[in-house]
Design a protein around this ligand. Structure first.
Ligand SMILES: Cc1ncc(COP(=O)(O)O)c(C=O)c1O
Length: 381
């Protein structure tokens, strides 16, 4: 079956007990046992819950994987994946990544003896050089946050595999609707479902999708042992979000293309980062790896920090807020918001400056978005 059909039906058979067409919210911590050790496949919701199982089956199907595990947030999914690494092992990380992931990798996990190298994974030779005999994981995002650079997933997979390591791709920005990293050789896909998968800015959730049975069993064991799982209500909201992911992504992508072109023509902007532009350095790779160019646009203001701050504080339809991927358009200031955890020099090296503004383009009417940016840019100059 095609993606749209699987998004609505995979893992979502009618409820065996009642015939309910829509998977119910099994809001229960425990399950009654017929006799000691005899149950209907569910004992305790930290280990297994039917609403979560339905979501995980649907996600696995959409990413073309065999297994999915879901967690209380994207960062919980990232942290769970890192349980595959033990003290003395090494992880190579693309240095163009979400600030929260950087914070975990630079300020929390090194204390447990895990070694990290942050490198420019856009350059495959640089990535190759960073791999060590004890490298266990290679961690990348594509497109990257917030500069929307493209990482060669198949190329990174080849380098990781030659070294006996696994490639993890944070697929939050692209979603399984636009990009399926497992098909390109990645071993593990990570999502913040808080973003496009949930799609309505009303939940926190994370997911890990993979095909290797042994690694999945290991992650499942750790998930039960550590307990940061997704609750049934949030699992249900994600399942509902997935049903409209394809049509939402179509609108996000169409609106983002219009917003990017509008911004590029404005005298107030110094640069617009959007992989759909033919002169974007990652355009060809994006066209190969993704079925569309996504809903994010990042812009540099000619007027520097003052103009960027004014733009963020002058929009009415675009809401100034952390996060992305909801139906409503958001505007953010990466320097102090999503990427506040990075040192200033690190941000500057990645091209994030006090003049950078990130837009998560929603699915409102495009003309309202352009009108809003028009008036806000006029006030930012
Ligand atoms: C690419 C990416 N990965 C992971 C996360 C973390 O997700 P969460 O906020 O759901 O913990 C985010 C959050 O913005 C993100 O943008």
């Amino acid at each position: 079956m095609r993606f749209q059909t699987r998004a609505i039906h995979a893992g979502q058979q009618a409820d065996a007990a009642t015939g309910a067409t829509i998977v119910p919210v099994y809001q229960t911590s425990t399950f009654t046992q017929d006799a000691i050790g005899q149950n209907k496949g569910f004992e305790y919701s930290r280990a297994r819950n039917p609403t979560r199982v339905a979501l995980e089956q649907c996600l696995a199907s959409l990413e073309n994987g065999r297994h999915a595990l879901t967690y209380a947030s994207g960062m919980a999914a990232v942290a769970a994946t890192m349980q595959l690494v033990t003290a003395g092992q090494h992880v190579v990380v693309s240095d163009d990544l979400y600030g929260g992931t950087y914070r975990l990798f630079s300020q929390v996990l090194p204390a447990y003896g895990v070694q990290f190298s942050f490198v420019d994974a856009l350059s495959l030779p640089t990535l190759q050089e960073a791999v060590l005999p004890n490298t266990r994981l290679v961690w990348i995002e594509s497109p990257t946050n917030p500069m929307l650079r493209l990482t060669d997933i198949a190329g990174c997979a080849e380098i990781a595999h030659e070294a006996g390591a696994k490639l993890v791709v944070d697929n939050t920005f692209a979603t399984p609707c636009l990009q399926q990293p497992l098909d390109m050789g990645a071993d593990i896909v990570v999502h913040s479902m808080t973003k496009y998968i949930g799609g309505h800015s009303d939940l926190l959730g994370g997911a890990v999708v993979l095909s290797d049975d042994d690694v999945a069993a290991q992650l499942r064991f750790v998930s039960n042992a550590t307990g940061g799982v997704l609750g049934p209500w949030d699992a249900w909201l994600c399942l509902r979000g997935l049903k409209t992911l394809a049509i939402r992504m179509r609108e996000h992508c169409a609106n983002a293309a219009l917003v990017a072109r509008f911004l590029r023509d404005r005298r107030e902007t110094a640069a617009v980062h959007y992989p759909g532009f033919e002169d974007h350095p990652g355009h060809d790779l994006a066209a190969r790896q993704m079925s569309d160019f996504g809903g994010m646009v990042t812009v540099e203001l000619k007027g520097g920090e003052t103009a960027a701050r004014r733009l963020c504080e002058s929009t009415h339809v675009f809401t100034l807020a952390e996060s992305l991927g909801g139906v409503e358009s958001l505007i953010g200031y990466p320097w102090l918001m999503s990427h506040g955890a990075f040192e200033p020099q690190f941000k500057s090296d990645k091209g994030i400056t006090p003049a950078t503004v990130r837009l998560s383009v929603g699915i409102e009417h495009a003309d309202d978005l352009l009108d809003d940016l028009d008036q806000a840019l006029a006030r930012s100059a």
